[in-house]
Design a protein around this ligand. Structure first.
Ligand code: ZN
Length: 198
């Protein structure tokens, strides 16, 4: 059975010294892989497991694969470049567009919201998975209702230790193979990785 590939874009680079770097990015990807692997245990999807790729080139992203951008702050929003007045979420936002969905996570604001003591890497991964749910399920704010998103990581407020619910897993498993084009235009200019996982 095939591996589900998901893509992460590091537009933080070295702008938040001491917190964000290759080490953090790798751990964030590993937590996300745990979450997507849980989704892949469902009989509702044909994928056997998952794998992550940072800073892929746009030509390598297939239409069923999801892409999440990590940005230094809300002010760096890519969504605002697409849609000047778009409302932004506290830790991340997803813009749903037929031509290409755009999901982003704000690292500085997320750190402030998580506070001390939280597992930051897992927190970033939870936020990214939350945006991936908006993205793959093509749902705006309605995702936050239990009936639509299934609570857990789909809830309006998530925490670094939030777990996937059975319903989160089912909903994502049904959607994983669907073609949902991504806005890959902001990958250009990022340092391209040569290694598989970085
Ligand atoms: Zn949300």
């Amino acid at each position: 059975m095939p591996t589900y590939k998901f893509h992460l874009a590091d537009r933080v680079l070295s702008q938040i010294p001491g917190v964000w770097g290759e080490g953090m990015a790798y751990v964030v990807g590993s937590y996300l892989k745990e979450f997507f692997d849980q989704v892949c245990t469902s009989p509702l999807t044909t994928f056997s497991d998952s794998d992550f790729h940072w800073n892929t080139s746009s030509s390598e992203i297939r239409s069923h694969e999801v892409l999440i951008y990590f940005l230094p702050t809300k002010q760096d929003s890519l969504i605002r470049q697409e849609s000047a007045g778009a409302p932004l979420g506290p830790g991340g936002t997803t813009l749903i567009r037929t031509a290409g969905n755009l999901s982003e996570v704000y690292v500085t604001e997320s750190i402030a919201a998580m506070g001390g003591g939280a597992d930051l890497a897992r927190g970033f991964a939870v936020l990214a998975f939350h945006e991936a749910m908006h993205n793959k399920l093509k749902k705006g704010g309605s995702l936050h209702s239990n009936a639509v998103g299934g609570g857990g990581m789909a809830a309006g407020t998530v925490f670094a230790n939030t777990q996937l619910t059975t319903q989160n897993i089912e909903k994502m498993a049904r959607a994983l193979g669907n073609s949902v084009p991504q806005n890959t235009s902001y990958l250009s200019g990022l340092p391209q990785s040569t290694a598989d996982l970085w």
